[in-house]
Design a binder for this molecule. Sequence first.
Ligand SMILES: *Cc1c(COP(=O)(O)O)cnc(C)c1O
Length: 373
Amino acid sequence: MPSPERQAAARAGATLEIDLAAIAANWRRLRKAVGKGVRLGAVVKADGYGLGAARVAPALAKAGCELFFVASLDEGLSLRRAVPRAEIAVFEGLPRGSEGEFARARLLPVLNDLGQVDAWRRFAGRGRARRGAVLHLDTGMQRLGLSRAETARLVDEPARLDGIALAAIMSHLACSDEPEHPKNPEQLARFRAALAKLPRAPASLASSSGIFLGPDYHFDIVRPGAALYGINPLPGKANPMQPVVRLNARILQVRDVDAGETVGYGATHRLDRPSRVATIAVGYADGWLRSGSERGGAAIAGQRVPVIGRISMDLVTLDVTGIDARLARAGGSVELLGRHQSVDEAAEAANTIGYEFLTLLGRRYARIYRGMR
Ligand SMILES: *Cc1c(COP(=O)(O)O)cnc(C)c1O
């Protein structure tokens, strides 16, 4: 009897395979990159970058990860069920009135302004034990975290941290994927200067690409996300990470089309020769972005087949002229992500980055998790 997962895959228009062993291997790869003294967390926000935090986080916990980061309180609450013992920090911080929920689920709020610092201290003051939190300093992104002025006030008024156990002081780099960018050493210097004036706590600056900026950027805790999921943390260089996802779509129809006919909405693609066109069961509603129309491609038995015409909601048309008809046939399979096309490459063809492409991968795929039970 095939598993329900397998049965769903047999029916589905497309199957997304997620290799949990590869995610664990990537975590260990980063473990080597930072060395023993540095604590390696894992960012599993946006449902594990779209791959399913409830499956990804336990796999990482099994590999040794004890510290996770999510974006929101709700993500934290559901992750708590998946990894009952791990530390979980919530980047978006402390929504008004949510202190009790954070405490009950043992979530660490990332305190992003002095108002949140004060709210957490007041809440901590009601209990006997100190309450854990992460303090976030903005060192140049102007996005989230205490501004320079707020950081200066906190330095002058350290009692505002009374009752708060600082699990970490963190900041975030704007340009870590550009190793030569002057913003990197500038943020590093600002971070160091702030740390020197604040109470001692484990410090954290680097995410995936930041790890590869070298040991100056590692501090006590690193927070990789993308690299765990196989996205290249070194754009323009060889990817040191293992690929994690494979996406295969089913061919619904193949047709022979005369020269001069057009393909798809808007009749944007005119065939200049007699062609074979294959239609697959994936579209922009599955995250196969419309911006990849006329640009992207797929592979059949390792041979590239370009997208022709516009990508529509549920369907993509491919030029399979010249591909063996035993392969390019209704019911046959096309590789969209895998050995012949990485997430980063598919993203580039759609004019975006691997992060966006991965997190937008759709909910209609049959999902198969490999590499761990
Ligand atoms: C998303 C995020 C990370 C992880 O970044 P990657 O580039 O995916 O490794 C780390 N820190 C913060 C604050 C983030 O928002």
